[in-house]
Design a protein around this ligand. Structure first.
Ligand SMILES: NC(=O)c1ccc[n+]([C@@H]2O[C@H](COP(=O)([O-])OP(=O)(O)OC[C@H]3O[C@@H](n4cnc5c(N)ncnc54)[C@H](O)[C@@H]3O)[C@@H](O)[C@H]2O)c1
Ligand SMILES: CC(C)C[C@H](N)C(=O)O
Length: 367
């Protein structure tokens, strides 16, 4: 990979490699864009097939956070970290504290939080070394685990998408196929079950499937069979790229609405599902509940205020659908347009220089 060429192509600001021999830390922090504010995005811990795959993941996810934060109306830029390692075996206090010192070294340009493979307890360890971390324990006056709030946002966005597809946002009697019943999707299933939806679930983890079957009377299917089941809504809540050339021909759903990041394998898959008349709730718009929740900590966390903002994801999805219909474009393009327009507006309004704190030449002036 020619790194500078890649950074230039997608307009990345910074890529940081962190290595700590003693703890075994190997992490990559990608900062995509800080026009709107400091880059906020989670830390993923994963066993990558290669260093290149880890770099690519950090970069893709960081760019996604720029768009997610902008579309959610947050004054935050986009960044993300990947820690190379197995979250079941390679975690230690030393590792997360070493990582925390790297975050501190960026002096607030990047703020971290949970992502796949990391937990509130890990954030608490990072917090030993830096204040630039969110999603830490409620004991610190913080917001804790973002997953249930992400689930609430997905539920709200799913209802907005359902309204477009079915003429009503009621999910009673709707069949929802949920792929991956982990942290986010389990709570999502609770909301759906409460509203009377019928659930079809799958997961590579049998325990997770059994839990959902028992709690919600869900029907379980094998991981490869989830795409082709008869359903109204497909909710991808595992990993990315599940909307692709192999899966699209199998889909029976009229709505795609789930929590996973980077759901479209390539942009063209968004075009294909649009042409098929499927209402797609763009991933980074519908799954912004977690980041909206952790971002509220920057103002002194207030759960009620955060949940009200997350509830508004219904309106945000409506707005994306409206732009899509108005301009005759797929919803993923409409979402990008909405985010890019906001970044451009703020970039322009910032172009009028405004003194913030001490002037860079204040030492000369005072002489
Ligand atoms: N947690 C959050 O607040 C949050 C916020 C925004 C986006 N997301 C995204 O939502 C998704 C789920 O996040 P989570 O926190 O619930 O993660 P999680 O690890 O708790 O859950 C993911 C589940 O998917 C299952 N899975 C993995 N591969 C699968 C496959 N091929 N088929 C079926 N199941 C599979 C896993 O076994 C696991 O149970 C991720 O893509 C994450 O990036 C999460
Ligand atoms: C800041 C975190 C809550 C980010 C979350 N993992 C996401 O992808 O949106």
């Amino acid at each position: 990979m020619e790194i500078f060429k890649y950074l230039e192509k997608y307009d990345y600001e910074q890529l940081v490699f962190c290595q700590d021999k003693q703890s075994g830390l190997k992490a990559i922090i990608a900062i995509h864009d800080t026009t709107l504010g400091p880059a906020l995005g989670g830390t993923r811990m994963w066993t990558y097939a290669s260093e290149e795959a880890a770099i690519e993941d950090a970069l893709r996810l960081a760019k996604g956070m720029t768009y997610k934060n902008a579309a959610a109306g947050l004054n935050l830029g986009g960044g993300k970290t990947v820690i190379i390692g197995d979250p079941r075996k390679d975690k230690s206090e030393e590792l997360f504290r070493a990582f925390g010192r790297y975050v501190q070294g960026l002096n607030g340009r990047y703020i971290t939080a949970e992502d796949v493979g990391t937990t509130v307890a890990d954030m608490d360890l990072i917090h030993e070394e830096t204040d630039f971390v969110t999603g830490i324990s409620p004991a610190f006056g913080s917001s804790g685990n973002p997953s249930p709030v992400t689930a609430f946002g997905v539920y709200r966005g799913m209802k907005a998408a359902a309204k477009e597809a079915f003429g009503t946002d009621s999910l009673e009697g709707r069949v929802v196929a949920v792929q991956g019943v982990g942290n986010v999707a389990y709570t999502l299933c609770e909301y759906l079950h409460k509203e009377g939806a019928q659930l079809i679930v799958t997961d590579i983890n049998k325990e997770a499937v059994n839990r959902a079957v028992q709690a919600f009377g869900a029907r379980a299917v094998d991981p490869d069979d989830i795409y082709g089941v008869e359903c109204d809504i497909y909710a991808p809540c595992a990993l990315g790229a599940t909307i692709n050339d192999d899966t699209i021909p199998q889909l029976k759903a009229k709505v795609i609405a789930g929590s996973a990041n980077n759901q479209l394998k390539d942009a063209r898959h968004g075009d294909i599902i649009h042409e098929m008349g499927i209402v797609y709730a763009p991933d980074y718009v519908i799954n912004a509940g977690g980041v909206i929740n952790v971002a509220d900590e920057l103002y002194g966390y207030n759960q009620e205020r955060a949940m009200k903002k997350v509830e508004q994801l219904y309106t945000t999805i409506e707005k994306v659908i409206e732009i899509s219909k108005r301009d005759g474009i797929p919803t993923y393009v409409a979402a990008d347009r909405m985010a890019e327009e906001r970044i451009a507006r703020i970039r322009n309004s910032r172009s009028q220089f405004l003194q913030n704190g001490h002037h860079i030449l204040s030492h000369r002036i005072s002489r």
